[in-house]
Design a protein around this ligand. Sequence first.
Ligand code: DGY
Length: 311
Amino acid sequence: MIDILLTQPAPAAIDARLQASYTVHRLYEAADREAFLDDVGPRIRGVVTGGAKGLSNALMDRLPALEIIAISGIGTDAVDLVQARRRGVHVTTTPGVLTDDVADMAMGLLIMTLRDLASGDRLVRAGRWGSVAQPLARKVSDIHLGIVGLGRVGHAIARRALSFNMTVHYTDLHEQPTSGYCFVPELIGLARCSDVLVLAASADQGQAIVTEEVLQALGPDGYLINVARGKLVDEPALVAALANGTIAGAGLDVFADEPHVPEALFGMDNVVLQPHRASATEQTRLTMGEIVLKNLQACFSRAPLLGAVTI
Ligand code: DGY
């Protein structure tokens, strides 16, 4: 059987099907990673990984027989695509199927943050309902929403925002201003005219675009929602902005150095934190797993791939 490497756990049903067709090796269970790679690395022909985890060049170098990196996700920023192409290694993703879940997470974080749902929950659980004045939250309907990145996910967020009667503004490095929403060329201008800035961009520009200046432009009544990549944000600047009231709050599904989360955020009531799980619904993760299975099979039988990434 063909040897494949899993960098992170797969849903049980997908894992069972992988095991039925392949010899599965699990990097995430290896006690001694070096010894593990010395042993199985030369036999590995396929890697299954996530968008955020990807595959480092150092690891790719340990897999001389590698033919495919099957990403269960849409992000390719954690794989060196030039190096993969140079090596003749296919890279595939699972586009389209997680769009709605990621947009739902963005809206969920937005509502949870502006309406302060976590502190309401804490108040009820602590038995303090009725004994303290309830803090008033921020209205969600009718606000100005700034979307950074109007790709599939950005469009899905915009569609949801319209049903809340929000005014949608956006900026996008790639897309021309033809969408029907209000295009703002500069991120700083977008932050200035938005009550909430939502990051839905890919991270292929490789640098923090939400800087201290952008946070200042968002202002003391503004909120940041991030369902894209943590490294799009200057994280120390964000932590400072949340602590000193430069912005009002944030809803974060992603962080610069996952799974590390800046400790200062844990004590902040104006922040909602999630463990990078925007696409983590049962239905979507199974569909993503199906696509991964099809791509592995297609690769090893020399058939056309689904969602092949080209550069
Ligand atoms: C993706 O698909 O890139 C998501 O962020 C999960 O990693």
